[in-house]
Design a protein around this ligand. Structure first.
Ligand SMILES: *[C@@H]1O[C@H](CO)[C@@H](O)[C@H](O)[C@H]1NC(C)=O
Length: 198
């Protein structure tokens, strides 16, 4: 009995696994086209595809969903970097100009996070009657977040300091991701809310 049961199990696996992987690949390939198409308007496309790929099936071909995904991912990254910066500040190893820059940076990231949160709020309550005002606000706030991140980056003096270089890489990453979010929002502004893909 046990042998037969095992045999049936093996046969079942042999029959079903190929079917599952084939359809899985089909879904993945289709989703991948969506994310590539959405990311084609961004400046840092491979970073865009890498950070947004898992939204492919839920966002489909909807510019408003991609804009929301972009801002959500940006919030996540800004939060992560802010926590890292705060931790560095708490340890207090930095000296002189970099110490001041780090304090400013923590503040800039708090502003950026606030601006991105406000943006996500708008993206969650889009309406046709206030669409152009909403797009204006989004552009203002996400641009401001980007400026805050870039201001942070400029304050440091790296020279050969590995810790500063690592910090700058992370801040740069956050600002590239925010730049991508802005591009996705601008795409939404040009497409509008009309049409079935919202
Ligand atoms: C950039 O951000 C993405 C998304 O959070 C993350 O996976 C990646 O490790 C980051 N890279 C750097 C250099 O911080």
């Amino acid at each position: 009995m046990i042998i037969i049961a095992r045999l049936m199990f093996v046969v079942a696996i042999a029959l079903f696994v190929p079917v599952l992987t084939n359809s899985g690949q089909l879904v993945l390939a289709k989703g991948h086209d969506n994310v590539r198409e959405a990311c084609s308007v961004t400046r840092f496309q491979s970073l865009c595809v890498e950070t947004l790929a898992h939204f492919s099936s839920t966002a489909g071909r909807s510019p408003s969903k991609w804009a929301r995904a972009g801002v959500s991912v940006s919030i996540g990254e800004v939060k992560r970097v802010r926590a890292y910066l705060s931790e560095l500040k708490r340890h207090g190893h930095m000296k002189g100009r970099n110490r001041v820059a780090l304090s400013d940076c923590v503040e800039c990231f708090a502003y950026a996070l606030d601006e991105l949160h406000k943006s996500l709020g708008v993206l969650r309550s889009l309406s046709k009657s206030t669409f152009s005002t909403q797009m204006g606000d989004l552009n203002t706030w996400i641009s401001a977040a980007l400026t805050d991140e870039e201001t942070c980056l400029e304050g440091f003096e790296a020279k050969n300091d590995m810790q500063i270089k690592l910090l700058q890489n992370q801040v740069q990453n956050a600002s590239c991701i925010t730049s991508n979010a802005l591009a996705l929002v601008n795409k939404l502004a040009t497409t509008g809310l009309a049409g079935k893909h919202q």
